[in-house]
Ligand binder design. Structure first.
Ligand SMILES: [Zn+2]
Length: 64
């Protein structure tokens, strides 16, 4: 299953949310507010599920 990933507005690096979801179930939660702690700049980034994207890259899950 792909993981929902956000992008840091300061470093432009991907932020793994830890949320694993399929595309169809994600469509029903686009308005859900999400806060993720960014491992790149150290700030919390706030948005909604719609701000993220699905990624299958396995190495993202290894980020702290
Ligand atoms: Zn950041």
């Amino acid at each position: 299953m792909p993981q929902l990933v956000f992008r840091c507005p300061y470093t432009n690096q991907p932020i793994p949310s830890g949320i694993v979801s399929g595309k169809s179930s994600l469509q029903q939660t686009l308005d859900t507010p999400i806060s993720v702690r960014c491992p790149h700049c150290g700030f919390m980034h706030h948005g909604t599920v719609a701000d993220g994207y699905l990624s299958d890259e396995p190495d993202l899950t290894a980020s702290p």
